[in-house]
Write a protein of this length. Structure first.
Length: 139
């Protein structure tokens, strides 16, 4: 079976469908399959979209995984990094940060504290990646 950038499930669907279907049709059908989502995330705030994009690049993950609540460790750590940054470097409330990610405010508090602890021990290079993250946001 031919694998594509779209992913394993989408590759299966691509294999099954007629070859004259457009890639957009395949993606639309695949997005309707449970667990498959497109890589488009729009929080309505360009600065936060930029943060999600930078965090995804740093941890080699997807924007969707960060935003939608995936429990893969790279997604969790990058999401916690954004919580930590927004809490400590903006005047945005914890509740508002939670609403952006569809999370309860206590989840944001816990995530930011966890990221601070991860930075203290440099778990998965958190301290280094956070300094790069800040530099990317403020060139």
């Amino acid at each position: 079976m031919k694998r594509t950038k779209i992913g394993a499930r989408k590759a299966i669907v691509t294999e099954i469908l007629k070859p004259n279907w457009s890639p957009e049709s395949v993606i639309m059908i695949c997005n309707s399959i449970k667990g498959v989502r497109s890589d488009k995330v729009n929080t309505g705030n360009t600065q936060i979209n930029k943060m999600i994009m930078f965090a995804a690049d740093l941890f080699d993950t997807t924007k969707v995984g960060i935003h939608r609540g995936s429990q893969v460790s790279e997604h969790v750590i990058s999401r916690n990094m954004i919580y930590y940054h927004l809490r400590d470097n903006t005047n945005m409330s914890i509740v508002k940060i939670g609403k952006i990610f569809s999370k309860h405010h206590s989840t944001v508090i816990h995530g930011a504290k966890t990221f601070k602890k991860d930075m203290d021990i440099n778990f998965m290079g958190c301290a280094d990646k956070y300094s790069i993250f800040k530099d990317m946001l403020n060139p």
